[in-house]
Design a protein around this ligand. Structure first.
Ligand code: 28G
Length: 643
């Protein structure tokens, strides 16, 4: 190829490049969901996904992900390195093509179709387009050479450069998200950690080292699970007592595969996490349906065959057989269809049969060979069935005695005037003093306050019958008005924003964990439909003379303090830390935490609730050691301590 032609094709492809990536900058939401912190976190997933693909191809074992000071992120893998030679069609380096050309469609999706959770190996150019700058280094195993290119907002600053010889192999990427695009540049370590851990479970053996280098001391987590989804279930049940070892069944078919790991514990909560092509399917779908249906059938069949259930006994319900169950379902298929508004529900009908056949064949066989395991499980399911019957009776009784249905509201509730639930908010506040401040600081037209205090009930160890009689939780049930468990009725919900307002300390962690686990177990639709929030109180108060401002993070504290002394660098700014909500006067609480036009709310996700359920026994347990350790380890993230 002559120099002249090369130059032309380079220019032509550049034109295409500019158009492509401009589209991403114009409508970032189309490509990464949003420009909030969620979209920001998404950038990391996109880059890491590429490294994981290289690992799935069998060429990479180690991935390192670091959030650096100044909010840049570095990802390194030890794969083959992105090819740097000329692209067969475009002439320019393949590396540049990968980072500057917006690819339509992906491995799993159709043309230009964005499936939930990721762009599947086509995200590199999207991340590049949305970065103030991005640099990539390739350590090319084929010829032992190092290559480098840097971009600004998606545009190369120069052609791919050959740096020199290297004995390393792999790819290294560092990027700074564009402040013109994103509302915030503060990556959420905990959220990223959860997702990276999930990826490590789903891809057994892969080694991810995840570092937060923004603080004084680096925080490092190493994520490597040889057991794959078996380890995932062990992790979910880490603080619970298993009734048996984790059970694993798997089946590889011609066009798809399915794996299931499960374990029952002596707790009462149900956690089923399903994935399709490593993407979390929060709304379930065919694979989850196949799992639930087959599990109920397999257990009922066995119970009937061995006379654990007599002919006259009613069959075990789905809820009965899932009490205390943690399960992970992972399927892979070539043309996954994701449905629903959020595209988090698997639609491929064949996957129902695939998963249910896997259970009917292999799980049933496992039970035949392990009678003690199945007997322990059935014993629990039969007890659950009886307890459900007892709970029904307790509910009836409670209804008659306490007028749970009478419309009589709890004494402690400071209700609002508005009656349309879509417009109202309920603040659930820890402690009477904070409750008092909140009551004075609220807008009583649409904000209601319910203070909570008293003895903590261990919801992890309680069934519905105990909940109705509990002095801490029954006011919550009554105030919300929608009932619980099987009878939960969303249309009766009295507030569409339920805001947990608690301190970022041990007591606050308690109340949050309790409420989240309670909602998770007994009112799950509340969380699934996004009605539950956590208030975000400020951490710092900055005072200069009569001017007072607040900050919600260390970074914001530094920024605000710099702003306050702009006109006079030597002026004294007094910085104090808010120790708790109770310390704020009603006006401050209103201004910083309650007023919808000024506050920050964090919506609680199902992932938060799963995390709460997992660590519940650590926070509630008698054992002081693990609890202190947990709280100390998470102290840095106290603002977002939504467990
Ligand atoms: C560190 C940050 C994230 C990656 C690779 C390796 C290859 C590759 C990546 O190829 C172009 C398109 C389809 C083949 C493939 C290397 C084949 C041979 C690769 C990463 C060429 C992309 N040698 N490692 N892309 N393909 N790591 N880590 O991005 O046809 S991306």
């Amino acid at each position: 190829m002559s120099e002249e032609i090369r130059k032309n094709s380079y220019d032509e492809s550049q034109i295409q490049v500019l158009e492509g990536l401009e589209a991403v900058r114009k409508r970032p939401g189309m490509y990464i969901g949003s420009t909030s912190v969620k979209g920001l976190n998404h950038l990391v997933y996109e880059v890491v996904d590429n490294a994981i693909d290289e690992s799935l191809a069998g060429f990479c074992k180690n991935i390192s992900v670091t959030i650096n000071k100044g909010n840049t992120v570095t990802v390194i893998d030890d794969g083959r390195g992105i090819p740097t030679g000329p692209h067969p069609k475009l002439g320019i380096s393949t590396l540049e093509v990968v980072y500057t050309i917006l690819h339509a469609g992906g491995k799993f999706g159709g043309e230009g179709y964005k499936v939930s959770g990721g762009l599947h190996g086509v995200g590199a150019s999207v991340v590049n387009a949305l970065s103030e700058w991005l640099e990539v280094t390739v350590y090319d195993s084929r010829n032992g050479e190092e290559f480098y290119q840097k971009y600004s907002r998606g545009k190369p600053l120069s052609p791919v450069k050959r740096i020199g010889k290297t004995d390393k192999t792999g790819t290294k990427v560092t990027f700074l998200p564009d402040a013109e695009i994103f509302e915030t540049l503060e990556f959420e370590y905990e959220t990223l950690l959860t997702r990276l851990r999930e990826q490590a479970f789903l891809n057994a053996g892969i080694n991810i080292v995840f570092t937060d280098d923004r603080g004084e001391k680096p925080v490092v987590n190493t994520l490597c699970y040889e057991g794959g989804i078996r380890s995932f279930v062990e992790y979910l049940n880490e603080n619970k007592t298993g009734l048996h070892d984790v059970i694993f069944v798997g089946q590889q078919n011609e066009n798809n595969s399915a794996e299931v790991a499960l374990q029952y514990t002596d707790s009462y909560s149900e956690t089923i996490l399903s994935f399709a092509n490593d993407i979390r399917t929060t709304d379930g779908g065919t694979h989850e349906l196949g799992f639930k249906t087959a599990l109920t059938n397999v257990l009922n069949d066995y119970a009937r065959r061995y006379k654990i259930l007599k002919d006259a006994d009613p069959s075990l319900s789905g809820e009965d057989v899932r009490e205390g169950l943690a399960a992970v379902i992972s399927v892979k298929l070539t043309e996954a269809e994701f449905e629903g508004q959020t595209k988090t529900k698997l639609g491929n009908s064949e996957m129902k049969t695939v998963v249910s056949k896997l259970l009917t064949d292999k799980l049933a066989t496992f039970f035949e060979e392990n009678p003690t395991v199945i007997r322990a499980i059935l014993n629990k399911a039969v007890t659950a069935q009886r307890a459900r019957e007892a709970a029904r009776k307790a509910r009836e009784q409670a209804r008659r005695k306490t007028g749970l249905d009478s419309g009589q509201m709890p004494d402690k509730l400071r209700d609002c005037n508005e009656r349309d639930p879509a417009l109202t908010e309920l603040f659930i506040v820890e402690g009477d003093s904070a409750g008092g401040s909140a009551t004075q600081g609220r807008d009583s037209r649409f904000q209601a306050i319910l203070p909570l205090w008293g003895k903590m009930l261990n919801v992890e160890k309680a069934r519905a019958d105990k909940i109705y009689g509990n002095d801490k939780l029954s006011p919550v049930i009554t105030a919300l008005g929608a009932g619980l468990g099987e009878e939960f009725n969303e249309s009766k919900l009295r507030y569409h924003k339920i805001i947990i307002m608690a301190d970022a300390d041990v007591d606050g962690a308690h109340i949050r964990t309790l409420l989240l686990t309670f909602f998770f177990r007994f009112m799950r639709p509340l969380i699934e439909k996004g009605y539950v929030y956590s208030a975000v109180p400020p951490l710092y108060k900055l005072t200069r003379g009569k001017t007072v401002r607040v900050a919600y993070s260390d970074e914001e504290r530094d920024k605000v303090s710099a702003e306050m002394r702009k006109d006079n660098p030597n002026v004294k700014i007094d910085i104090s830390r808010f120790k708790g909500l109770g310390e704020m006067d009603p006006g401050e609480l209103k201004e910083t935490t309650m007023d919808p036009t000024k506050r920050t709310l964090r919506r609680i996700t199902l992932e938060d609730a799963v995390a709460a359920d997992r660590i519940f026994n650590v926070l509630m347990g008698e054992d002081v050691g693990p609890r202190r350790q947990y709280i100390e380890q998470n102290a840095r993230y106290a603002v977002n301590l939504d467990y």
